[in-house]
Every structure is written in structure tokens, then in C-alpha cells.
Design a protein around this ligand. Structure first.
Ligand SMILES: [Zn+2]
Length: 175
């Protein structure tokens, strides 16, 4: 049963405040996959710092794709939370096996059939489908994809966000 959605994951305050170089090295080592089927690095837009009002920034990537396009696990995941609410719509929270990072997927049309909390999912596996649930414009289906460091001693969806734009594996060149 879908749980109540936690507060919107848009973040205020200094970017990457609690992140160290070791976190970015660890994320680079994950060699993330672009989490929407058929989307190339060239097609990605970096809209991480887009304003969201009241000094908040987007703190995530919006990846535009037709409705029902498969959403793929960006990393080897454990599914941590499945929820539905008025902002993110149908969402997935997942973490890497070491629980260093949290990955948030929002505005899904639906989950992959049978997806459940606790599932281990290999990088590149289908976990859901692009949609317009929550506050996504009905004519602009997209995946809202966010990566966060899992904060120690904090609720696990509220760690500092990291811009994943430069962390996808495709070109293998770290900026
Ligand atoms: Zn978004």
C-alpha cells in the first residue's frame, strides 16, 4: 500500500553542503546509467539548479520521454520505499547496496509489475514507466530523478542532493 509522501525533496541552502570529495569519488565509481530507456547523454538537459521559488532549487534532473517509456535502475538498487502523493506522484526511493546514496524516481505512470520494498534490482533493470503523476504537467511526461547522499542519523530521503548530470557512465570522462 502506498505510504504517505515525505516532504518534497527540493532543497534550499548551499549545494552539496555536507558532501565531501570522497562522496563524489564514490558516486563516480558507481558508473550510473541514464535511468530512462533510449535517452542519450546528448539528450539530457542539466536542470538541477533551476529555480523552484522561495530560494529553492530543483536539485534533480527532469528527463523528458514519452509516457510509458521504461524507467531503468541507475545503479544496483535495493528498493526502499514506494509511495504516492500530490507532488511526486507515484515514486520510488532506492539505495545502493552499501546505503551510501539514495535515488528518487518521481512522476511514474506505474511501477514495474510486482515491484516491492526490499527487492534487489540490477542496474539497467526496468523499475517503472515514465508518466505524469503528481504535479507533472499532463502534456510533459518526464522522469524526475534525484540522487542524494544518505545522511547519517537523518531520515534517509533527506540527505544532501548531488547533481547526477556529470556522473553517468556513457562517455567515461569525468569532468
Ligand atoms: Zn523535476
Amino acid at each position: 500500500m502506498p505510504a504517505r509522501l515525505p516532504p518534497t525533496p527540493a532543497h534550499a541552502g548551499p549545494l552539496d553542503a555536507a558532501l565531501g570529495p570522497e562522496d563524489l569519488d564514490a558516486l563516480w565509481a558507481r558508473q550510473l546509467m541514464i535511468p530512462v530507456d533510449g535517452i542519450t547523454r546528448q539528450a539530457l538537459q542539466d536542470n538541477f539548479t533551476a529555480g523552484r521559488g522561495n530560494g529553492r532549487i530543483h536539485a534533480a534532473l527532469d528527463i523528458l520521454a514519452p509516457k510509458s517509456t521504461p524507467v531503468l535502475a541507475a545503479d544496483d538498487h535495493v528498493i526502499g520505499r514506494l509511495a504516492e502523493g500530490p507532488v511526486g506522484g507515484i515514486v520510488i526511493y532506492a539505495h545502493d547496496v552499501a546505503q551510501r546514496f539514495v535515488y528518487y524516481y518521481a512522476h511514474l505512470q506505474r511501477y514495474r509489475r510486482g515491484l516491492a520494498v526490499g527487492d534487489r534490482v540490477a542496474k539497467g533493470s526496468v523499475i517503472g514507466y515514465v508518466g505524469t503523476t503528481g504535479n507533472a504537467p499532463p502534456d510533459t511526461p518526464h522522469l524526475h530523478f534525484q540522487v542524494m547522499k544518505r545522511g547519517r542519523g537523518r531520515v534517509w530521503w533527506d540527505g544532501p542532493p548531488i547533481n547526477p548530470y556529470s556522473f553517468f557512465a556513457l562517455d567515461g570522462i569525468r569532468p
